[in-house]
Design a protein around this ligand. Sequence first.
Ligand code: PEP
Length: 245
Amino acid sequence: MRKLAAGNWKMNGTQSDLAQITQIGAAFDAASVDILICPPAQLLIPAVTASPHVAIGAQDCHASASGAHTGDMSAPQIHDTGATYVIVGHSERRTDHGETDAMVNAKATAAVDAGLIAIICIGETLQDRDNGATLNVLAQQLTGSVPALATAQSTVIAYEPVWAIGTGLIPTLDQIAQAHAFIREHLTAQLGATAADMRLLYGGSVKGSNAADIFAVPHVDGALVGGASLSAQDFAPIITALQNA
Ligand code: PEP
């Protein structure tokens, strides 16, 4: 399986930032891992042509292909931009927009139906972890959010503890190992053999300084990176660490 270094720019970035994508592509023009940037929606079309070495994805999609949904974008529309991935169920969408596992499942299905690769995000809150409920929460999210049609080719899972996103806090390497091993096991029971090759990303305060340790953890096949993906200077050491893992 090719590992994946994915960047989520969230609601950051204007046209002048496209140069960061071009720079990353130039620095990794023969990368041994897949590189992805998910810019805000208005940059999707120019981002697709910013570098042939960087894949482009959206940060959300609607579950319907078209219709009366002001302000939303559908998976076929994202595909039409030339983008190849879409993030669904990011914790900020689950919190800000009340997205449930069933809604995430419908969005992931729409994404795969449109020919996109869906990155489905799951992760526990600090309260879940303090209550000893982490693995139960992950199981519930996997069962609810990952559609039966998901395959290793069409779907990526991002394990993102909510309390580690944008905070500078990260779980211990043992905690990451436990979560990723559990996710692999659960997906195998849920989806069968395809789960063995499905990429499992860790996300939450990944930086150049901690990336190598995180990528050495079993069943960590890459990262979903927020803040440190905004500049080529910060994202490059993470890609290098993934190539060396
Ligand atoms: C994210 O946006 O998914 C994320 C993990 O953010 P950060 O790397 O900034 O914690």
